[in-house]
Every structure is written in C-alpha cells, then in structure tokens.
Design a protein around this ligand. Structure first.
Ligand code: ADP
Ligand code: GN1
Ligand code: MG
Length: 373
C-alpha cells in the first residue's frame, strides 16, 4: 500500500515537468541522508535516452522550499554565466533546475510535498570514499574554485535555509536539550559519548567567537562539502560539478574545508562500526590542503588559513553531536538504515575528533607548507 502511494506520488510529480520526451520510469538513486532522490529515465522523440534527477525535498528539514529554490536557482544561474564565459567549460556539466510546466522551480503536490528536477550530469562518478589522493586534491580545487566563483554573489539575497546550520555553539545547546529530554531513555547507555561532548563545550564556541569579533568573514559557502556532493570525471578524476546546493548560505570557508576533511580524510566510512579502522589520513589532509589553497588561497585571509585545522575539528565534532542528538531524539532527521545507525555514525566522528586533536600540530605544519599567501 505504502509503495503504491509513493509510486502514485512520483507519477504525479513527474507529470508536472516537461522532460522533452516520454518518461520510461524513475528509480531511487544515490545515498544522501536527507532528501529522496530518483533517477528519471526519458526517451526523446528521436529515440535517444536522457536522464534527470528528481528529488522530493525533505520539508521537515527545509521548511521553506520557496526560499530554498530561490537560492538554488539564483546560484545555478550565476554559476552558469561564469562558467560559460570560460571556453574550456563543457556545458553538459553545468547544473540547472528544470522548471515545471507552469514555469515554477519546483512542484508542490496536494499533500504539500515539494519536488524538483535537475539535469543529470552524465559521465561522472560520485565517490563514497577517496580511491586515490589525486581525486581528493581535485575535489579540493573544485570546492576552492566554487568559493572563488561565488565571491561576487550578493550574499544578502540568500535565505538561511536552515537557521544556525553550522553554529556549533548552538548545536551544543540543542544536544543538551535532547539530553535533558531523553525521550527514548537512550542516554543511560551512551555516557562516554555524552562526556566526550561535555568535555568540549568551550571548543564549540571557538570559531563563533572569532566570527562575532569580526576576525573571520562570512562568505557564500556550500556548507555540505562531502565527497559525494561532487561529481568527478571518471577518467581524469577532475571535479566536474558540485551538487547538493540546499545549504548554500553565508557561512565560514573553514567549515567547507573542514567538512570535506571530516568525510574524505577519514580512513573509514562515516558509519564504520570497527573504530580501529577510523583515523585521519594526513596524506589525504595534505592533498586536500594543497588543492584548496591553490584554488582559493588568495581569497582567504591569514586568519582563515590559520584556522583551517579548527574547521576540520569542529565540523567533525559538530557532525558527531548532530548524529548523537538525532539518536537521542529518535532518529527523526538523518535517514537510518539499521538500529543505532546514528550512534555508530556519532562514534566514528568522535574517534576522528580524537585523531584530529592528536595530529593538530602536524595539520598546522602542512597548512604552513602550502600557505603562499
Ligand atoms: P541529499 O541532499 O539527500 O544528499 P543530493 O542532492 O546530494 O541529495 O543527491 C543524492 C545523490 O544523487 C548524490 O550523491 C549523487 O550521487 C546523485 N545526484 C544528485 N544530483 C545529481 C545530478 N544532477 N546528476 C547526477 N547525479 C546526481
Ligand atoms: C547530510 O544531505 P547529505 O547526505 O549530503 C547533512 C549534512 C551532514 C551529512 C552527514 C542538510 O548531508 O549537514 O554533514 O548529512 N545535510 C543536511 O553525512 O543536514
Ligand atoms: Mg548529498
């Protein structure tokens, strides 16, 4: 019954768009934790195949899909203009939002669910872990370029799609509230994880205090720079297209750097249960630093460059706290695929925080080595 409902919902959503051919079907796609993603298969009139990405926006996470899509249309159109000025750009790799038949950036069905469509960026790969350091270097260059390209974007026009998204201090407060409420009585079994967070309360404010004091600038940032939010060329490994633009907002460049390290420089998966496999690869940290600074270095201030290791530490700590908060609250935010999945994810993050703390001086030395700015 459930399945039929969903199929009907997808069919209804598909009918709202003109794909330029006949829709052959839609299948679940990708492994994001937040939205529901489907690949749409279309047959054009000349018989050739074409794919699109259909997404049901998670409206309990993104409460205002109008504002969200205004950000995304604004940014994709801006980037398109910049990229087309470069004769080396392959237009097939430029992301765009397919408007509905009514000319809207998304379709809202009668249940209030919001559906959007992107062109499918073909002939690319999406990695869940780094296979070769060069790929990570290339991802870093793309995210660095992204920061540079959006330097001139009018930040004041962007909506805050998730308020206080990377306000780690506020994430700590949310964690404490979830702990006090302890709605599922889970707190009693996770004392060491709770202590881990409580011992780091002051760390949570480190970057926010520098921001408050005007020592770090707000920039237009991506805010979700996981390796699986960039599509790479399968032959050259070069970054082709940055996706998952839901959290583009004014933010700290350090957080974009840090979130990439959190996910990509971990020697294990984000939900690995054998914690002995989880560590920080300094080789991958170095590859990312080299790529990021080569592309964005002269945009960044000396203070930003100096604080890059803090970005890595706090994005990892914050993400672990978010998984733990969701675990305490009954797994309502991140999709889970097994019991205690969010707790497993939290533990990998905290192990990685410990690793980052252990290697902090080496991380600073690597940054100094590539800081030519
Ligand atoms: P979520 O917010 O749930 O992470 P994403 O926008 O990252 O959703 O999409 C989930 C996955 O779908 C991506 O990791 C990628 O594999 C694939 N994907 C998304 N957009 C595109 C696109 N335009 N072209 C090709 N693949 C895409
Ligand atoms: C979510 O949507 P996805 O899977 O790319 C989350 C990120 C977390 C990440 C952890 C909007 O990213 O903030 O860092 O999971 N996105 C949102 O893997 O909350
Ligand atoms: Mg994603």
């Amino acid at each position: 019954m459930m399945k039929k409902n969903q199929t009907l919902q997808i069919d209804e959503a598909l009918q709202a768009f003109d794909f330029g051919g006949e829709v052959a079907g839609a299948v679940r796609y990708g492994s994001g934790h937040v939205n529901d993603t489907f690949a749409v298969y279309v047959q054009k009139e000349d018989g050739s195949p074409l794919r699109f990405i259909l997404q049901r926006i998670n409206t309990s996470v993104f409460k205002n899909p109008h504002a969200l899509m205004e950000n995304i249309v604004g940014v994709t159109e801006y980037l398109k203009k910049i990229k087309l000025e470069d004769s080396k750009t392959n237009p097939q790799k430029i992301l765009y939002v397919l408007k509905t038949k009514q000319g809207e950036p998304f379709y809202q069905d009668i249940d209030g669910q919001a559906w959007r469509v992107y062109n499918f960026i073909e002939d690319t790969i999406c990695l869940q872990s780094v296979e070769k350091p060069e790929q990570f270097y290339n991802a870093a260059q793309s995210f660095g370029l992204f920061l540079r390209e959006l330097e001139g974007y009018p930040a004041e026009t962007l909506h805050e799609t998730i308020p206080h998204f990377h306000d780690t201090r506020n994430r700590f407060i949310n964690f404490k509230e979830a702990l006090v409420a302890d709605t599922l009585s889970r707190a009693k079994n996770i004392q060491s994880e709770i202590d881990f967070v409580l011992q780091r309360e002051s760390d949570c404010s480190y970057l926010m205090k520098l921001l408050d004091a005007g020592k770090l600038p707000l920039r237009v940032t991506h805010n979700d720079t996981k390796l699986n939010n960039i599509l790479l060329n399968p032959q050259t490994g070069k970054g082709e297209c940055i996706i998952d633009l839901d959290t583009i907002m004014p933010g700290l460049a350090l957080n974009d750097f840090g979130d990439s390290i959190r996910f990509g420089a971990n020697t294990a998966a984000e939900d690995e249960t054998n914690l002995s496999k989880v560590s920080l690869s300094l080789e991958l940290f170095e590859a990312y630093t080299r790529g990021y600074l080569s592309a964005a270095g002269n945009v960044l201030t000396p203070m930003e460059i100096q604080c890059l290791p803090w970005g890595a530490k706090l994005m990892t700590l914050e993400c672990g706290m978010r998984f733990l908060t969701d675990y305490l609250e009954g797994d309502t935010y991140f999709k889970i695929h097994r019991e205690h999945h969010n707790l497993d994810r939290c533990r990998t993050q905290f192990k990685l925080v410990t690793e980052i703390e252990k290697h902090f001086t080496e991380m600073q030395e690597i940054i100094a080595k590539y800081n030519k700015f």
